[in-house]
Design a protein around this ligand. Structure first.
Ligand code: HEC
Ligand code: HEC
Length: 335
């Protein structure tokens, strides 16, 4: 019995020593490759926190985590199960927020509840939303080395997962829609699209106050008059602050790729762009927190657009579809 114990102990020691030796011997020098995110000329400069510089290794790791069901405790889903690239990193017919130019954002989720950097948003996703079981990654054959290559240590924690995801999400830049190309003088728009553009960017439609250039969403919270009585989720940011001035306030979403969506607003109440346009045209509901842009003098009865103007406004919205983004292989599953 004693002999057996001694043999077991010696074997264990050999295994442990070998494991340590192997790791020490095989780890390459920590030398991540800096990556500059390519931004189309008409997009603003992107501020990247000094604490999480973008690297080739970090982005590659974040991309794997995004597509790997290992991130979910019961292995049932990955981020990409709900955020599908071909559908603009959302899923048709749902209120799942798209991932597009998020590197510019400082408020996340429909009601803008999470404020801060993309890293902060990702810590929420990993720890609170997915409740990722870090030991699954730690015990995986490949991940510890990939975390080492990205962050200099094989020790995995939720912060490093969040940082890698943030790096990947920052590379998801959209700036190749027909409208972007028009802004860069690479093509012209049709007469209808140009009329729609004028409605959008003038007092006629007043869309540009919130859906501003070039991201097509200011990322700030507004009440656009979808409701006048606010129940449950429709209370928006009020659910966070309990301040009546925040009733019905939601983050302005980017309108990029809105033409391929089949569900609009925080609760997906509209399924067609025509319905959204009609909302702004004639259905805005008054309340104390309604955004002043929607109650400007002369707008008491809505925009009063003609049918032809509505069609042209829609034609302009369709120029915001970025097919390059929807099929860019750099954003696709690495598996
Ligand atoms: C089950 C579907 C589902 C999965 C899986 C999922 N999400 Fe989401 N995601 C949503 C929904 C729904 C929202 C909008 C929720 C809200 O605003 O209340 C959202 C919102 C977000 C946002 C906010 C975007 C913005 O514009 O503010 C980010 C960032 C995000 N998800 C990242 C992730 C990451 C990273 C993962 C994987 C760890 C993930 N999501 C997995 C459904 C999902
Ligand atoms: C006062 C700011 C503001 C103005 C002005 C404004 N919007 Fe919006 N828009 C928002 C906000 C905020 C949301 C999200 C509201 C919600 O989900 O409750 C939104 C949502 C949308 C959506 C749905 C997007 C999606 O992914 O669900 C479309 C489309 C849209 N707006 C188009 C327009 C058009 C066209 C105009 C001009 C006629 C316009 N907006 C004027 C702030 C504004």
């Amino acid at each position: 019995m004693k002999k057996l114990l001694v043999i077991i102990i010696i074997t264990l020691i050999i295994v442990v020593v070998n494991a340590c030796k192997k790791e020490g011997d095989t780890l390459p020098p920590f030398n991540p490759t800096p990556l500059t995110i390519k931004l189309p000329g008409n997009l603003p400069v992107m501020n990247i926190p000094a604490s999480n510089p973008t690297t080739v290794e970090g982005v590659a790791l974040g991309r794997m985590l995004y597509y790997d069901k290992i991130m979910h405790p019961n292995g049932s889903m990955a981020c990409a199960s709900c955020h599908l690239q071909s559908e603009g990193f959302t899923k048709k017919g749902t209120n799942i927020l798209p991932h597009i130019n998020l590197g510019y954002g400082n408020k996340f989720l429909w009601n803008g509840e999470i404020e801060g950097t993309l890293e902060d948003a990702m810590i929420f996703e990993v720890e609170d939303f997915f409740k990722t079981n870090i030991s699954k990654l730690q015990n995986d054959d490949t991940y510890p080395l990939l975390f080492y290559k990205a962050f200099g240590s094989t020790e995995i924690d939720s912060k490093k997962c969040a940082y890698a995801l943030a790096q990947f999400l920052r590379t998801l830049v959209s700036g190749n829609s027909k409208f972007d190309k028009y802004l860069r003088h690479e093509l012209t728009l049709t007469a209808d699209e140009l009329t729609g553009l004028t409605i959008f960017f003038s007092e006629r439609g007043d869309c540009f106050h919130c859906h501003s250039l070039s991201l097509m969403g200011d990322g700030n919270r507004h009440n656009i008059g979808l409701d006048s009585i606010f129940n449950g989720v429709n209370a928006g940011y009020y659910n966070v602050t309990a301040n009546p001035a925040d009733l019905g306030k939601f983050k302005t979403p980017s309108l990029r790729n809105c033409g391929i969506r089949t569900s609009f607003m925080h609760d997906g109440r509209y399924t067609k762009l025509d319905e959204v346009i009609e909302h702004y045209n004639s259905k805005v509901k008054n309340s104390a927190s309604l955004d002043p842009v929607l109650t400007k003098p002369g707008k008491a009865y809505g925009l009063n657009l003609t049918n032809s103007e509505k069609e042209k406004l829609k034609a302009f919205l369709l120029t915001l579809t970025d097919t390059v983004y929807l099929s860019d292989t750099a954003f696709a599953s690495p598996f």
